[in-house]
Design a protein around this ligand. Structure first.
Ligand SMILES: C[S@@+](CC[C@H](N)C(=O)[O-])C[C@H]1O[C@@H](n2cnc3c(N)ncnc32)[C@H](O)[C@@H]1O
Length: 277
């Protein structure tokens, strides 16, 4: 691991015992200064240090300096602006693990929102992959653009102000990810954009939407469906009371995975025939 350089994000953890959960993230600028509740921090005292070092503010508070995770950059840097609800890390990993999105993948995203998932995907697909992300709201798209500009190390994405229901331009992509309130309206277009066997992933907050989208996905020639709900439980690790945090289960959404096919299994088709559209 290398030392901190200008332009890096750094995470500062206050190590005074009574404040030890306080942390913030900043971007290092030569000659820069950040004012905090704990006094001014001079960036030049961090540039050149290894992660894990300790620095002092002008009011003698001590901080551990570490490299932040992407999620900590989103949550603690004040650089990321929230324009919508976002998808959180508890689901990021599940989304890529079950759809095999990896370095080099080409992905279409429908519903950019604040760009939180776009940021994560941008890091995962890297400079060999690409993301085309659609949204219909110009203000949100502008905020997402700023977030990506400030936080993504790659320029491997295009944000598009366009309704995908009127047609997705891309073809032969490895995955289409949908997070919009009416996902069923874009399922057919997603089919055209995907490569044979490519993954359709839909992020769905309610059962009502899930039922409708499952029907639409099957009708449009997707197979091998899988629906999961992921949940994580954080454990309080204080040595005198090791147990789950009291409020640790929070629902986020159902995640539907399926693959593009030219074949609709007859049994599924028959089951669907009696279902309302
Ligand atoms: C919940 S947000 C997406 C959040 C995003 N996944 C994130 O992690 O930041 C849903 C977005 O879908 C957009 N949207 C709604 N209908 C749409 C449509 N038909 N096509 C594209 N985007 C749409 C909304 O403007 C909103 O920004």
């Amino acid at each position: 691991l290398s030392v901190f350089r200008e332009g890096d994000f750094v995470e500062l953890l206050v190590i005074e015992p009574e404040r030890r959960s306080h942390r913030f993230v900043l971007k290092l600028v030569k000659g820069g200064k950040t004012s905090t509740h704990y006094g001014d921090i001079y960036h030049d005292e961090i540039i050149g240090k290894f992660p894990g070092s300790i620095v002092k503010s002008k009011t003698e508070y001590h901080f551990l300096v570490l490299r932040p995770t992407l999620y900590s950059e989103i949550k603690n840097s004040r650089v990321f602006r929230f324009a919508t609800q976002i998808i959180y890390p508890r689901d990021w990993g599940l989304i890529i693990a079950f759809s095999d999105i990896h370095n080099g993948s080409k992905v279409v995203e429908l519903g950019t929102g604040s760009g939180a998932l776009t940021l994560f995907l941008s890091r995962i697909v890297g400079d060999k992959g690409y993301i085309w992300s659609y949204d219909v709201d110009p203000k949100r798209l502008e905020i997402a653009k700023e977030n990506l500009n400030n936080l993504s190390p790659y320029k491997n994405y295009t944000l598009k102000l366009y309704d995908p229901n009127r047609g997705i331009e891309e073809r032969d992509v490895d995955a289409v990810f949908i997070d919009i309130p009416e996902p069923w309206v874009v399922v057919k277009e997603a089919w055209y954009a995907l490569s044979h066997g490519g993954f359709l992933i839909v992020y769905i907050p309610t059962f009502n939407q899930l039922k409708r989208v499952v029907n639409e996905v099957i009708r449009n020639g997707f197979v091998d469906l899988k629906v999961i709900e992921g949940f994580t439980r954080e454990i309080q690790w204080k040595p005198y009371a090791i147990r789950p945090h009291i409020e640790s289960y929070v629902f986020s959404a159902y995640i539907l995975f399926s693959k593009k096919s030219y074949f609709i299994p007859r049994k599924l088709f028959e089951e669907l025939r009696d279902q309302p559209k």
